[in-house]
Design a protein around this ligand. Structure first.
Ligand code: NDP
Length: 335
């Protein structure tokens, strides 16, 4: 059983010391357990938080423990009712070849699902995050303008496409011309601005002539600074993620603009609401699964994933995800 275990808590960007490669015998399932063989491992920005022991909404991975992560796996041997050898499952097996499970929190995808890895993206946690954050907090009305960054990732791409289905103008923000072209030409966004370009505030203002009514926040940093002056009165900000800050080792450079920012929020009556998807909206999952399943099957919501071969490649692929080197949902094909 090949595994990546947490070796040291990173300071800044994870490096060669952060994770350690371990090989151990495959575990043997006991009474009430099943053995899962990982086929796909999801890489997600939240994993940076689990490497850290700073206070958070979830416990950190312990030093020496297998790095956590969602997996699509096949059942090898089962003593759990409802799961048979060969079944595909959505589980939380972590960065390893084999995992034991008692079936709790594991979804059976059946014997021959089409596109099983999509359960890690548009049809799973990231897609649900987009759907619930936009509908429940963003509450867009037809004709309003939605802005979303990380626009070609699994959350941002889904936010924008749902926004189009709800009759909104959708403006993406993404890193580079190729991602921006994808957002407009394939995903159907009205416009997409390259945040690595010379004049992000100016380009975003041009793309949002009516201002911004819903800003789905995935990244923070310079993108938030460009969005803020464009926010309309009574704008809503689903505060989903701040990936530009996940490797930060210190507070941002001054001056401290906190009270100026609060003044903006006050005068414009802006709603900012953070959310942690399953804690806050878990009860809506069945509704999401039905609606998104229909949209994906009918081609109204499109999905791009980027599959990287080999468990060995996972640490570097994860660092690249936080840098924006991914183009679409990043998944490791383990076996
Ligand atoms: P992505 O696949 O979109 O990957 C992250 C992307 O962020 C990169 O590809 C890059 O895209 C962009 N990015 C990185 N650094 C910067 C920067 N400095 N400025 C602007 N953009 C940057 O990730 P996901 O779709 O999986 O997740 C998107 C966000 O949603 C993350 O913040 C994540 O933590 C959050 N999230 C929150 C959940 C919750 O419950 N609250 C649940 C799931 C996800 P580009 O090159 O286009 O800039």
């Amino acid at each position: 059983n090949r595994q990546w275990v947490l070796n040291a808590r990173p300071k800044g960007e994870p490096d060669a010391e952060t994770l350690r490669w371990v090989e151990a015998p495959a575990p043997v399932p006991g009474e009430g357990q099943m053995l899962l063989r990982t086929v796909y491992l999801s890489l997600d920005p939240y994993m940076r938080g689990r490497m850290s022991d700073a206070p958070s909404y979830a416990a950190p991975v312990g030093i020496g423990e297998v790095m956590v992560g969602a997996t699509v796996a096949q059942v090898v041997e089962s003593h759990v009712p409802g799961f048979a050898p060969g079944d595909w499952v959505l589980a939380y097996g972590g960065w390893q070849d084999y995992a034991l499970s008692d079936g709790k929190g594991v979804a059976n995808l059946g014997a021959s699902p089409s596109n099983p890895s999509w359960a890690l993206g548009v049809l799973g946690m990231p897609g649900f995050t987009a759907w619930a954050g936009l509908k429940e907090i963003g509450r867009p009305q037809p004709g309003e303008t939605i802005a979303v960054a990380a626009a070609t990732g699994p959350v941002g791409a889904t936010v924008g496409q749902i926004g189009k289905l709800m009759g909104c103008r959708v403006v993406g923000i993404a890193g580079g011309a190729e991602k921006c072209a994808h957002a407009v030409d394939v995903l159907g966004f009205d416009a997409c601005v390259d945040h690595r370009g010379d004049d992000l505030p100016g380009a975003l203002a041009t793309a949002c002539p009516q201002g911004i009514d819903v800003y789905f926040e995935n990244v923070g940093g310079a993108v938030f600074d460009a969005v803020l002056p464009l926010l309309n009165s009574r704008a809503r900000i689903p505060l989903c993620g701040l990936v530009s800050q996940y490797n930060a080792t210190a507070l941002p450079a001054g001056p401290d603009r906190m009270n100026w920012l609060l003044g903006q929020l006050l005068r414009k009556r802006i709603l900012v609401q953070g959310f942690i998807i399953f804690d806050d909206f878990g009860h809506l999952y069945p509704q999401f699964a039905r609606e998104m399943g229909d949209w994906v099957r009918s081609g109204r919501v499109k999905y791009r994933e980027e599959i990287i071969d080999g468990l060995e490649a996972a640490p570097a692929a994860f660092v690249g995800l936080l840098r924006g080197e991914n183009f679409g949902k990043r998944v490791i094909r383990v076996g």
